[in-house]
Design a protein around this ligand. Structure first.
Ligand code: SF4
Length: 386
């Protein structure tokens, strides 16, 4: 297995490119993604290309250190569109030579031709949405694939030379048993993966699951079972050589996702596409998630923003605390105080003492990090900094 550098340079920024199309909508999904809309794929790609050119002109900053093509299901659309998007990036931005370039995919949507073209376009990291290893659970989630489709896709990607591969899995699914979850975890660690993202399911209102829950037809699993699942996975991943570097993310040495590290370290990033968020020069802004509105706005050179906020110093401090504490390594209060120009020990004196006495955080010199209990009850920690 090749080694790579997964330490993010502070002088680089991230570029996020959103492809909002999926084969069908999963029953738990509240991301900005839409089933098929094939008639928009071409026009959407052209709008993305225009937005990328426009943002390159507006943003004359550090090199792009990471590219993340997320969705939706970016692997659903023809790979020529992905190549066209990436050609635009390389032409109009300064892209670092060691750029981490990820594409998200779903089993059943990748082919030899697509993977070949991704490689040629500079993509060096693949993220595959697996979610579970039991076909009946996948069906209940509204997923488009079977477990066999996943193994087929993984083998195909490896055949094309992809090494840095992530699998997304999810636990706390209504009616999921601990035995089923253990089966998923034990299968996942047998694959040649460099990264595993492991999320606890939250039932969101505007989803099929959310509506079933409101109608009293679906129940979330007990918190205790949810935590047992989390601990089981964290332990199994550790034994299999995966380092937990964030609440929900585990990687083999040197394979942390640099793009996401940039989010948690409050680095800058440019977001393009419908619903994409950007964080540039202390300003957070987002495009409309409405695809036709996004295409029309870009074509007519009109603003397509749905949110635009300039952050105050206090907002920045809160974000740094909440995002930084997601990382297993925690935050260095002395270093962060210098960067932010605020004495954080002093500012949060009482709150830190309270969290320490509750065993939700721990100290090692000036480093503050979540305890194992804090990882379970992270919301109780965040609330102190909101
Ligand atoms: S594939 Fe992902 S983005 Fe698409 S509907 Fe399912 S969960 Fe949402």
């Amino acid at each position: 297995m090749f080694k790579r550098l997964d330490v993010r340079s502070k002088n680089q920024i991230g570029l996020y490119i959103h492809i909002p199309f999926c084969k069908q909508k999963c029953y738990y999904c509240d991301f900005p993604s839409y089933p098929y809309m094939e008639e928009y794929w071409g026009a959407y790609t052209e709008a993305l290309v225009s937005e990328l050119v426009l943002k390159a002109e507006e943003y004359n900053g550090p090199d792009i250190g990471t590219i993340f093509i997320g969705g939706g299901t970016p692997s659903l659309i023809p790979s020529e569109y992905i190549s066209r998007i990436l050609e635009t990036v390389y032409k109009h931005y300064k892209v670092s030579r060691d750029c981490e370039a990820t594409i998200e995919s779903n089993p059943g949507t990748l082919t030899d031709e697509k993977l070949k073209q991704y490689k040629e376009s500079g993509i060096n990291r693949l993220s595959i949405g697996l979610q579970a290893c039991q076909d009946d659970i996948l069906e209940k989630l509204g997923r488009i694939h079977t477990f066999k489709d996943f193994t087929f896709t993984l083998n195909l990607a490896q055949k094309h030379g992809f090494v840095d591969i992530n699998a997304d899995i999810i636990f706390g699914i209504p009616n999921q048993t601990l035995a089923q979850w253990k089966d998923t975890v034990s299968k996942v660690i047998t694959f040649e993966l460099t990264h595993i993202s492991c999320y606890s399911m939250k039932i969101e209102e505007d989803t099929v699951f959310g509506r079933l829950k409101s109608a009293g037809q679906l129940e979330e699993i007990e918190d205790e079972l949810d935590r047992d699942m989390y601990h089981y996975a964290a332990d199994a991943f550790y034994k299999a050589g995966f380092y937990q570097y964030e609440i929900s993310n585990f990687s083999k040495p040197h394979f942390r996702c640099r793009h996401n590290m940039n989010y948690w370290e409050r680095g800058e990033y440019i977001g393009t596409g419908a619903g994409a968020h950007s964080f540039i020069r202390n300003r957070r802004f987002a495009n409309t998630a409405d695809v036709p509105e996004y295409i029309k706005g870009i074509r007519e050179k009109k603003p397509v923003l749905s949110e635009d906020n300039c952050l105050s110093v206090d907002d920045g401090i809160k974000e740094s605390m909440i995002l930084g504490l997601r990382l297993k390594e925690g935050i260095d209060l002395a270093k962060l105080s210098r960067e932010l120009g605020v004495d954080l020990e002093n500012k949060y004196h009482k709150k830190l003492n309270k969290l320490l006495s509750q065993n939700l955080v721990e100290r090692e010199g000036s480093v503050l990090r979540l305890t194992s209990k804090g990882m379970d009850l992270a919301n109780m920690v965040w609330i102190e900094f909101i």
